[in-house]
Structures are given as structure tokens and as C-alpha cells.
Design a protein around this ligand. Sequence first.
Ligand SMILES: NC(=O)c1ccc[n+]([C@@H]2O[C@H](COP(=O)([O-])OP(=O)(O)OC[C@H]3O[C@@H](n4cnc5c(N)ncnc54)[C@H](OP(=O)(O)O)[C@@H]3O)[C@@H](O)[C@H]2O)c1
Length: 285
Amino acid sequence: MTILIETYTLANGVEIPKLGLGTWFIDDDNAAQAVRDAVEIGYRNIDTAQAYGNERSVGEGVRTAAVPRDELFVSTKLAAEIKDYDSAVAAIDGSLQKLGLDYVDLMLIHSPQPWNDFRGGDYADGNRQAWRALEDAYNAGKLRSIGVSNFEEADLENILSSGTVAPHVNQLLVHAGNTPADLLAYCEGRNILVEAYSPIAHGEILENADVVAMSKKYGVSVPQLCIRYTLQLGTVSLPKTANPEHMRSNAEVDFVISDADMDALRNLHARDYGDSSVFPVYSGK
Ligand SMILES: NC(=O)c1ccc[n+]([C@@H]2O[C@H](COP(=O)([O-])OP(=O)(O)OC[C@H]3O[C@@H](n4cnc5c(N)ncnc54)[C@H](OP(=O)(O)O)[C@@H]3O)[C@@H](O)[C@H]2O)c1
């Protein structure tokens, strides 16, 4: 499970573990134990968000885990609806308070638009205000790195042209079946590290016949193939599970997908998220 000790280096020199634990849908009663289990297995990167309603519990897990706080990389996200400076400042401090931590390693603007207007109106000014609040917290040492999520090129240009700190990270929907090649290349060109969220397509890819067949060829599980795929793209992979067996097997990805199979996975289109299509991020917008 060497992947657990591998890191990327962000543009500001901060190291980020390549594999992290996603915590969306792990409720506040269970997140602390999930974090402790993950850390015990060797995970050092934990991803949460104000919107997940589990920051209190994730923070408890971090504070009571078997390794010191400074060996863990903790990310959270500013709620998508917050698009003014004062509210963003208050919400950043609110996250630190809920987590019970002096600093977080990475904080992201969760989405360029509020969820009820995803890919809708013009929030350029609001995003600049939210970004200024993140920059101020970064300069004050409350956040070790800052970034964005679900940002497209124009959203990034808005921040890059007006901010004093360039985003270190863009967290995006990236999985076999949904590979935004142009946006990945754009981010790479600007030294913005991409984190792949929903690397297992929120669970929807588990039955995909093409992916099942390829995973059999490598003698691995579908989640292992999908996680490895996102890592070989050069992204951080953030699979979610509260099941320690799944955490363990998801980190057993010390195999190599051939260039031809990487191309096949890159060209695969599998964007049916079933009942989860109601969530803006899976709406195809
Ligand atoms: N920035 C954003 O807008 C955004 C949006 C979505 C997600 N995210 C982040 O990305 C993380 C991951 O995305 P996600 O939660 O949507 O989905 P995901 O990680 O793609 O898939 C999670 C699903 O896969 C299952 N699974 C995981 N490992 C498995 C294994 N080894 N065997 C069988 N099933 C397995 C999980 O079930 P079990 O729980 O039963 O293991 C769950 O149903 C989130 O938790 C969150 O941190 C960010």
C-alpha cells in the first residue's frame, strides 16, 4: 500500500497525499470513527466540507487519531452559497471551530455557483470576494493551501486575473467514464493540482461491463481500477467509504494500467448516475 505514503507537491511547496478519504454521506455520528479507521490503515488525507454536516465529527476523528495532527492533511470547503467577503470570513472561522483545529491544510470554494443555480448565473464578483477571504485566512496561517472545486476555465480565469494567490487545487468530477481532458490540461498548465472526486462515479460504475472486464484482466476490483486510473492521470483520488475493508482494498493499487487501457478508460463515457442525478454535480451541466 505504498500509495498511502506518496505525495504531490502543491505550487506553494505544501505536500498533499495522493490518496485521500472522501466523507460525503458519512454522517456526523460515524465520521470520527471512519477517520480513525482510515488513519489506522494509513490514510493521511481527509476531505470534508461545510455542506456535508460532519465537520465536527471529522475534526474529532483527526484529533483522536493514532497519529499527530501535523501528519494529517485535512481539507474542507466553503459552502457554495457563500459569495460575499464577510460571510466567507465568518464561515472559514466557523469551519475551524467545528473541526476543533487551529488550521486546515486546504480549503476550497465548493462551487462557482450556489447549488440551486449550478452552471447558472454570473457569480464572478462573489467568487472574488470569497477568494479574498480564503487568501486572508491563508496569509494569516489558518489555511495551509487554498483552492476551488467544480471551477471551469472561465471561473478560474476570474480568480487568476484578480487574486494575489493562485488556486493551489481544483477538485473536479473525474472518473473512468468522465474525464474532462481539456480542463485537466488547463489546470496542469497553470500548476493547479486536480483532485478527482467521485473516482468510483459515486458507486455507479461498479456494474459497468467494460470496466468490470478490464478489472478482471488486471486481477483487481472495479474500485481499485478506477482509483488507479485517477492516480495515473496525475490527480489526487478521493474515494469515499466508511467500511475499513473497502478503505484497505482501495489503497491496494500498486499496479500499472497500460497506456492503451488508460486511453480506453479516458475515452469511456459513463455518466449515468441513476437516482443521484438529482445532485447538481451529476446533472450533466
Ligand atoms: N467537490 C465536490 O463537489 C464533490 C462532489 C462529490 C464528492 N466529493 C468528494 O469526493 C468523495 C468521493 O466521492 P463520492 O462519495 O461521490 O463517491 P465515490 O468515492 O466515487 O463512490 C463511493 C461509493 O463507492 C462505494 N465503494 C467505495 N469503495 C468500495 C469498495 N472497495 N468496494 C465496493 N464499493 C466501494 C461506496 O460504498 P461504501 O460506503 O459501502 O464503501 C460508495 O457507495 C466524497 O466523499 C467527497 O469527499 C466532492
